[in-house]
Design a protein. Sequence first.
Length: 95
Amino acid sequence: MEAEEAAERNPSGRPRYQPTEQDHKIVQAMAAVGIPQEDISCVLDIDAKTLRLHFRETLDKAAIQANAKVAATMFAMATSGTCAPMTAMWLKCRR
């Protein structure tokens, strides 16, 4: 039994981190709005290196996906014909 428990622990003596679906949702939401990795790892109670090891793709893509969603909403508003200020802003920013 002790050998099995030792195999499940990393060299520092802590149990190995097993990310959950809830952890993935937390990382996605926090990274999308620009929360620093050190703060995200603090919320999950893991080291920043462990965060990057398990969530590298999410950390790399979350902000890009959030920006794309906002841009799509802005474009829809600008081209709807019902939001003249957004249309003007879109044209001004695109030049």
